[in-house]
Design a protein around this ligand. Structure first.
Ligand code: 6CS
Ligand code: FE
Length: 309
């Protein structure tokens, strides 16, 4: 049932840019599905479209994860896969997708109760992994991620029906003023920016290096920023940023000597699984958007108890 119902969040049509009010909740089921966040944290997430939690992972957990993604980014067997994306203009590894399946350690992180219960609580349902990736943003060479709403891409290119997904970014190095921290526009999750331009075939091959379609026009962006300002997520390694799939965000390049390595997990509601992409586009590969093979993620503590039974 995709073609007869009007698309609430049409984008990349032949129309000009437009701002459309969000029709979906930000916090589902009143935030009662789990109890990882307290009322104040939940209210902040609902208002801003993101929440920073500090000191979630210990120094030794962070070290283990950082070692793992460093190992992966210098392992030929991994860097030769389609999952590995290089920086525009160099061979430095920019991102590795599907990291939760390529590494057992990151697979465990994907099911960590400190992440999953927050996602379940906000999305009001069981969740699965829509996309996972490590973004390396190496010192000197790490290039920017231009402003975008993830949902805009996931809606058009992956056929994600509604705004019922979130990302969490686990900081594996300190993110400081100089190394290209995530920038978010508070309150922007409430407006959908319908973008101009039509999607080229195999767009992901370019967009994951440098995105040019599905980015907001300057006027809409200016409006969002006049309303909400910009907040940078500068925080210590071991912190986690949770943000709504429609929150406008981006990050600057990293000309500092300090790498900025973060692992992203995108949790989608089991009630929001993918439909065909818009406009007859070919589905993106499974390692970028989970479409065929997935199950609800089981928090590790439960898995451990079940295994012991
Ligand atoms: O195309 C995507 O799915 C993605 N692109 C960006 C720039 N952010 C989110 C996601 O990884
Ligand atoms: Fe993004």
């Amino acid at each position: 049932m995709t073609s007869t119902v009007k698309d609430l969040y049409a984008s990349r049509t032949d129309r000009t840019a437009a701002i459309i009010a969000r029709q979906d909740p930000v916090v589902y089921a009143g935030g009662t599905y789990a109890d990882a966040l307290d009322a104040e944290q939940l209210a902040a997430y609902e208002r801003d479209g993101f929440l920073l939690l500090e000191d979630v992972f210990t120094d030794s957990e962070v070290q283990g994860l950082l070692d793992e993604i460093k190992r992966m980014s210098s392992d030929k067997a991994i860097t030769s896969l389609d999952e590995a994306i290089t920086e525009p203009g160099s061979n430095a590894v920019r991102s590795i997708f599907r990291v939760h399946a390529l590494s057992d350690l990151i697979g465990q992180l994907a099911c960590d109760p400190r992440l999953i219960h927050v996602a379940r609580q906000i999305l009001g349902s069981e969740v699965y992994m829509h996309q996972s990736r490590a973004n390396m943003k190496p010192g000197f060479k790490g290039k920017e991620f231009y402003w975008h709403s993830d949902f805009e891409t996931w809606h058009v290119e992956d056929g994600m029906p509604g705004m019922r997904a979130l990302s969490c970014s686990v900081l594996l190095t300190d993110n400081n003023d100089c190394n290209g921290p995530l920038m978010l526009v508070p309150g922007s999750q409430q407006q959908f920016i319908s973008c101009q331009g039509q999607t080229p075939d195999n767009h992901y091959k370019k967009s994951l290096k440098k995105q040019e379609y599905g980015v907001p026009d300057p006027l809409s962006l200016q409006l969002l920023v006049e309303q909400g300002g910009i907040q940078t997520m500068t925080a210590k390694a071991g912190s986690v940023v949770f943000f709504d799939c429609n929150t406008m965000h981006g990050s600057n390049s990293n000309i500092s000597p300090w790498p900025r390595a973060n692992v992203f997990m995108v949790y989608n509601s089991m009630e929001n699984t993918l439909e065909p992409p818009k406009y007859g586009l070919k589905p993106r590969p499974e390692h970028i958007a989970t479409r065929e093979r997935f199950d609800p993620l089981v928090p590790l503590e439960v898995a451990a108890t079940a295994a012991a039974d």
